[in-house]
Design a protein around this ligand. Structure first.
Ligand code: SF4
Length: 113
């Protein structure tokens, strides 16, 4: 990690992704803006930056999920828990989500009736 962070343009998000995908690390969490946003909406963390979220997630999430969080939450964030107007009506975990910080939700894509 420390060596990767000395490279130009490489921050913790990229360094963690390289360690996970390139070096098969099971000890890193790659936190981008989707992981940061959804982790806060779900109430897993209460943080202001992706860097704070990464550190908080190491405390909150069982280690077996660390390398996979980015894959799952980015896909989730692009399709359901979007940056604006999340589709809470289509969300499989809506019943367990406090929706922290969510003020407006988007239209459901699920067929009605
Ligand atoms: S209920 Fe809404 S805010 Fe919570 S995870 Fe689902 S889409 Fe995101």
């Amino acid at each position: 990690m420390e060596e990767l962070l000395t490279l130009p343009g490489v921050g913790r998000k990229t360094a963690n992704l390289v360690l996970i995908l390139g070096f098969k690390s099971l000890r890193n969490i790659c936190v981008d803006i989707h992981v940061h946003r959804i982790s806060n909406r779900l109430g897993w963390v209460q943080t202001r930056t992706p860097e704070q979220t990464e550190q908080a997630l190491y405390e909150r999430v069982p280690a077996r999920w660390w390398p996979y969080l980015n894959l799952y939450l980015v896909t989730w964030g692009q399709n359901v828990c979007r940056p604006t107007h999340p589709r809470c009506g289509d969300c499989a975990v809506a019943g367990r989500c406090p929706r922290a910080g969510v003020t407006k939700v988007g239209k459901s894509r699920a067929p009605s009736g």
